[in-house]
Every structure is written in structure tokens, then in C-alpha cells.
Ligand binder design. Structure first.
Ligand SMILES: [Zn+2]
Length: 359
């Protein structure tokens, strides 16, 4: 309200106003309501401790306006929650916790350029891909900026080469299937015909299938504390063959709710291991990767996630549009789906060329 009338203000700043020894103080608190609120909270706490201590005759020196990493992280996470950005809040929680653990510092003003490099290094060491390191860097900078830290002296986002997602070849899939028992074969087919994530496969239930519509619904399973990555349900069309196979499986194991559960009816946490064993038995190991050279000879080329990548790539190649494939894959943003748009392979080009000139 300006002179009693409502008005839009573009240039503004929050201030925390408080009394100390009967003197009025102002402290600039930036442009973010949540950050300003956190500052108010901090000042209030400092003062309540101070007056309580002084009441019993202890003199307290209040340390200036130094923001702690933990306090500013909490404010940043709360801000994402208030915006209803659940995924961002989750990312904020992960990145702030990991950064704090790596740098082992208390105050925001202690953060240096070197700390950010150490953070990158720690992420790489624990196996993060270059793309993930870059994303986490972005999140870190966004947090520090939110907290009023001058980020201009910090290192830029690390560069990385955008890799094409690797997928299974038709031959690999058919060799796997030829060597698989009924259960493994269903696991593989659900992987590359529905594009489910590892955890989604583990928690897949017969009740998720709509038999009349021939669709499969990915949803949360509170019983096992499972929540889909993007916090939302999605429907995926079900191939008729796969639908028939699922029906058969249900008849074979009456009373079981999980499609690929263990004998005792719990989610199977060893699916990935089973797939690697199958690849080894089928003599598909690449023989070059660290996994193949290790003592268990479990090839790194074989993962459940690669079935999902194969699904997404195949759908795009077969002409389904980006929006549709994005919804089947459960990608929050279209960029994730776009990574799968790749130039046609040599064989496809040859086939197409042949058709083009055969008039
Ligand atoms: Zn290998």
C-alpha cells in the first residue's frame, strides 16, 4: 500500500526491522521472501538466547550476520516446497547435504572456488556421470545465489560431451530371450515394451494392468514406500502379446500381487544381478569393461535401464511424437526425451535408401 492505495512495485527489497537496546535497527534482507524470513528467524533466535543469558548475568557476544550453510540450505529447500516444486525440493535436499558433507564448513562466507572443485571431484569419485555433475553444479549455484552469495567468482558449470544413450541391439535382445526362463523373459519384455524404471519393474503389480483398455499404469506403492520419480501416475499402452503373457503369468501364480516378485511375495531387489548372470550365460559379455574384467565377470553393458532406453529410442524411431513418448516414459521435461532422438543407424539408412530408389 502506498499512501493507502494498492500499487505494483518493481524495485524493492525486504528489510528486517528490530529493536536492540531500545535502538531501532534495519537490516537489508534481499528480494526473496523465504530468505528474508530465515534472516528474521535467525535474528530472533540470537536475541532470545542473548536476553535469556543476560537475565542470569552472562554476557553474550552475538556474532555478526554470518549465515550458516545448514540454515541457508533449509531456507532454500523450504522455498522449493512452498512453490510446490517437489522434485526441485528433493534435488535441493540432496545437493545441499552432499556439498555440506564434502566441504565441512559452517558458514556461507567461507565457501571458496576450491570448494566447488572439490564438490565436482567428490561427485565424479562416487560415479556420477559428467551430465549429472553439471546438473548438480547448477543446483549448487542456484542455492548459493538464493542465499545472497556472490557466485561470480565461482567456477563455471563443468563442460561435458553429450553422449547418445546406449541401447540394446535386436540381436542382443533375442539372444537374451532365447536363454531366459519364463520369469526373466517376462522381465526383459516388460523392460523394453513398457520402458519401466528399475524400481517400477520391482513394484509392478497385476492390479496395475487395465485388461480391457490394454494399458499399464505406473503408480506409487505406499506399502513398499515406492514413489514414481516424477510423483505422478502415467499410462503406457500394452502390446497384445505382452498382455497375453501377463495374463498367463497371473494364472500361474494365484494370490501373488507382484508380477515379478520373490517367492515370498516381496519386491525382487536382485533383478539387475539376474540380468547380468543371464547375459554371462548367453555369452553376451563385452569382455572389455571393468565388470567383465572383475572376478564376477558381470558386464557393465547389461542393465535394466538400458531396456528402458531401448524402448524410448524404438518408439521415437517408429514415428511416435515426442509428447506422447515423453508421457509414456514419465519424463518431467521434454529435453530428457529429446536426448533419445538420434540419427538413423547405417542399416536403417541403407534400407530407406533402397526403398527410395526402387521406383
Ligand atoms: Zn563387459
Amino acid at each position: 500500500l502506498i499512501n493507502g492505495a494498492e500499487a505494483q512495485v518493481r524495485e524493492f527489497q525486504y528489510q528486517v526491522r528490530y529493536y536492540e537496546n531500545r535502538k531501532l535497527h534495519y537490516r537489508p534482507a534481499g528480494k526473496k521472501a523465504a530468505a528474508a524470513d530465515a534472516m528474521r528467524d535467525r535474528i530472533e533466535k540470537q536475541h532470545s538466547v542473548k536476553s535469556a543469558a543476560e537475565a542470569v548475568g552472562v554476557k553474550v557476544e552475538v556474532e555478526g550476520d554470518r549465515r550458516t550453510l545448514s540454515g541457508s540450505a533449509a531456507a532454500y529447500i523450504r522455498d522449493a516446497q512452498k512453490r510446490g516444486a517437489a522434485e526441485a525440493a528433493e534435488q535441493a535436499r540432496l545437493v545441499t547435504a552432499e556439498f555440506t558433507r564434502v566441504v565441512r564448513k559452517t558458514y556461507l562466507d567461507e565457501i571458496t572456488r576450491e570448494d566447488v572443485f572439490r564438490f565436482h571431484e567428490a561427485l565424479r569419485k562416487r560415479g556420477c556421470e559428467a551430465r549429472t555433475v553439471a546438473n548438480k553444479h547448477q543446483r549448487l549455484i542456484s542455492w548459493l545465489r538464493f542465499s545472497g552469495f556472490d557466485t561470480s567468482k565461482l567456477p563455471p558449470k563443468p563442460r561435458y560431451e553429450e553422449q547418445l544413450p546406449t541401447i540394446y541391439t535386436r540381436d542382443e535382445v533375442s539372444t537374451l530371450l532365447a536363454n531366459a526362463d519364463g520369469r526373466m523373459s517376462l522381465l526383459i519384455r516388460m523392460g523394453y515394451l513398457l520402458g519401466l524404471r528399475d524400481q517400477e519393474l520391482q513394484h509392478a503389480e497385476f492390479r496395475d494392468i487395465n485388461w480391457s483398455e490394454n494399458t499399464y499404469r505406473v503408480r506409487s506403492k505406499p506399502k513398499w514406500e515406492f514413489m514414481p520419480k516424477t510423483w505422478e501416475q502415467r499410462d503406457i499402452p500394452l502390446f497384445e502379446d505382452l498382455s497375453a503373457e501377463l495374463k498367463e503369468r497371473q494364472e500361474q501364480q494365484p494370490g501373488q500381487s507382484l508380477i515379478l516378485g520373490t517367492k515370498s511375495g516381496t519386491p525382487d531387489r536382485k533383478m539387475l544381478r539376474s540380468l547380468k548372470l543371464l547375459a554371462k550365460r548367453a555369452k553376451l559379455n563385452c569382455g572389455r569393461c571393468d565388470g567383465c574384467k572383475g572376478k564376477n565377470k558381470e558386464c557393465q553393458e547389461f542393465t535394466l535401464h538400458k531396456l528402458r532406453r531401448t524402448f524410448i529410442t524404438a518408439m521415437l524411431r517408429n514415428g511416435f511424437d515426442l509428447r506422447t513418448v515423453q508421457s509414456w516414459a514419465g519424463h518431467r521435461d521434454i529435453q530428457s526425451t529429446m536426448r533419445y532422438l538420434r540419427p538413423a543407424g547405417a542399416k536403417e539408412i541403407q534400407d530407406k535408401l533402397k526403398k527410395t530408389i526402387e521406383w
